[in-house]
Design a protein around this ligand. Structure first.
Ligand code: ATP
Length: 241
C-alpha cells in the first residue's frame, strides 16, 4: 500500500532522514519506535507530504505521490493524526469532528453532508464519551479524551492509511491503554496504520511489523513479535536504561 524508497529530507540545511526505505501492505500495522529526535515525526511528515523529500520516492497504492501536496494525499486517504493532538479548543467537539471530514468535500460533492453524518455516527459509536459531550468545547476535555477526539477527527476523513504520531504522549497509563484499545479495534476492522512512539510496549503489542529509528536511520526492522521478545530492546536501541 505504501512504499518509501531512498527517502531523504530535513529542515533548512540540516539533513534528518537519509536513504530510508520501508514498505507496508494493506491491513498491516507498522510500529515506528525510537528515542527523542530520531526522526520519527519527520518520517510521518515526509509520508503525508507536509515536508518535501529531497531525494527518493513515496509510492502509495501503486502511484508515485512524491510531488503531491499534503492536501492531495489526504484526499486519497493518507491521513495524519499529529503529535500533540492539535484540536481546536475553542470549537465544540462536534465542530472539531466535522472539520476532519474536509478532505472528502471535493470528492463527494452533494453527498458530502451525508458522509459527515455517517462519520459522526461512526465516531460516536467508537467513542461514546464524545457523543455525550459533543456540544462542549474541545478544550474542556482531558488529555486522553482529546487524543480520542484527534483520532476520531482523523477517522472522519475515511483514512485508508492512518498515521499516528505519539498517540500516548502525555497520557496516564490507563488513558494510554484506552487509546490503544481503540487502535486494536481499528486494526481488527482492517485499517492500515503506522504508529510512532518513543516507548515500545504498547505499539509492539499492536503492530505486525516494526522499525526502530535512531539518528534518522532505521537501525532494526523485524516482526513486532520478534522485537517484543528482545528484552534488551530499550538499552540496545532506544538509548534508555
Ligand atoms: P520526538 O519524539 O521529539 O518528536 P522524533 O523522533 O519525532 O522525536 P523529529 O521530531 O523528527 O524526531 O526530529 C528529528 C530532528 O529534526 C531533530 O534533530 C529535530 O531537532 C529536527 N527537527 C524537527 N522538526 C524540525 C523543524 N520544524 N525545524 C528544524 N529542525 C527540526
Amino acid at each position: 500500500m505504501l512504499r518509501l524508497e531512498n527517502a531523504a529530507t530535513g529542515y533548512g540545511r540540516i539533513r534528518v532522514l537519509d536513504s530510508l526505505a520501508l514498505e507496508l501492505g494493506e491491513g498491516r500495522v507498522l510500529a515506528v519506535i525510537g528515542p527523542n529526535g530520531a526522526g520519527k515525526s519527520t518520517l510521518m511528515r515526509a509520508m503525508c507530504g507536509s515536508v518535501p523529500l529531497w531525494d527518493g520516492q513515496v509510492l502509495y497504492e501503486g502511484t508515485d505521490i512524491t510531488r503531491l501536496s499534503a492536501e492531495a494525499r489526504s484526499e486519497r486517504g493518507l491521513i495524519l493524526c499529529p503529535e500533540g493532538r492539535r484540536i481546536f479548543s475553542s470549537l465544540s467537539i462536534e465542530e472539531n469532528l466535522m472539520l476532519g471530514a474536509t478532505p472528502l468535500r471535493g470528492q463527494l460533492g452533494r453527498s458530502f453532508a451525508g458522509a459527515v453524518k455517517d462519520g459522526l455516527e461512526r465516531a460516536y459509536s467508537i467513542f461514546p464519551i464524545l457523543k455525550e459531550r459533543r456540544q462542549n468545547s474541545g478544550g474542556a476535555l482531558s488529555g486522553g479524551q482529546q487524543q480520542m477526539l484527534a483520532i476520531a477527527r482523523a477517522l472522519m476523513a475515511r483514512p485508508k492509511l492512518l498515521l499516528l504520531d505519539e498517540p500516548s504522549l502525555g497520557l496516564s497509563p490507563k488513558m494510554a491503554d484506552d487509546v490503544y484499545a481503540t487502535l486494536h479495534l481499528l486494526k481488527k476492522q482492517g485499517l492500515t496504520i503506522i504508529v510512532v512512539e518513543e516507548a515500545a510496549g504498547r505499539p509492539l503489542a499492536l503492530a505486525d511489523d516494526a522499525i526502530v529509528m535512531r539518528n534518522g536511520c532505521i537501525v532494526r526492522r523485524d516482526s513486532a513479535e520478534k522485537l517484543r521478545q528482545s528484552g534488551n530492546l530499550a538499552s540496545a536501541y532506544l538509548g534508555v536504561e
